[in-house]
Design a protein around this ligand. Sequence first.
Ligand code: CP
Length: 310
Amino acid sequence: MAELSVNHLLGIKYLKKEDIELIFETADHFKEVINRPIKKVPSLRDITIANLFFENSTRTKLSFELAEKRLSADVINFSAASSSVKKGETLIDTVNNILAMKVDMVVMRHPNPGASVFLSQHVDASIINAGDGAHEHPTQALLDSYSIREKLGEVKGKKVLIVGDILHSRVALSNIFALKLQGAEVKVCGPNTLMPKYIESLGVEVEHNLIKGLQWCDVANMLRVQNERMEISYFPSTREYVQQFGLNKKILDSLKKEIVIMHPGPINRGVEITSDIADSKNAIILDQVQNGVAVRMAVIYLLASKIKQE
Ligand code: CP
């Protein structure tokens, strides 16, 4: 049986193209399963998974939990806000106490970049990064590419514009790695102050003019401005940001071509996109959410297959 080249999913930068292809083929099968009247398979009845969320989440947390339950795994949920982390317990002590309860796999969201890599080096469990600060969000990038593949047939050769707060976005970085690995062309668009200095070394072009970027692309991935990661202002006002980088129906109609609109959520309606765009036929935002469950089932299933071999 084909298997992943990694024992953990810490970031897209650790994956090979073949890993992504295997995840997508496996997700195709699970997508068919979750559309059946009985949406469950018994594959992981012998696996226990802990979901550790040290940072807020709606989509990722619920999607992982549903994916685990659809695979019949036993699931425990941990939220930092109501835990002994508040009493000063370290990350490794917290996780080792959870692992002492015979947990096989840990899904973790953490505000610190590198937290999942650190954990994988210090505890004996398979780790899935559900977002680590402004670093990586690998399952989001996988479900984004899977959704492009579903909508446009393949990712290779497609022109993808990532718009918004590139500097603070783990979604942008993981998407750049995933799209480039699959042979897509990528441009990023946003204010200069929200562009990392190293961005062009990742093989992407910077476009500061939203209309030009939209005229070029097949897919526009509209990212949220991550105010929670900003201690200072990176642009004069939200109004000014919207004028330069917000997508609305008038702009979309002016392109005179069809493009696919994506957004990882949560959306700030009226900032990065208007409601008529978010709810339009061009937007595949809820398809992304639906595909997230199948893609996460695939990732969990493939990593669990490696645990069972040990
Ligand atoms: N896309 C995403 O990561 O959303 P949540 O923060 O709600 O999980």
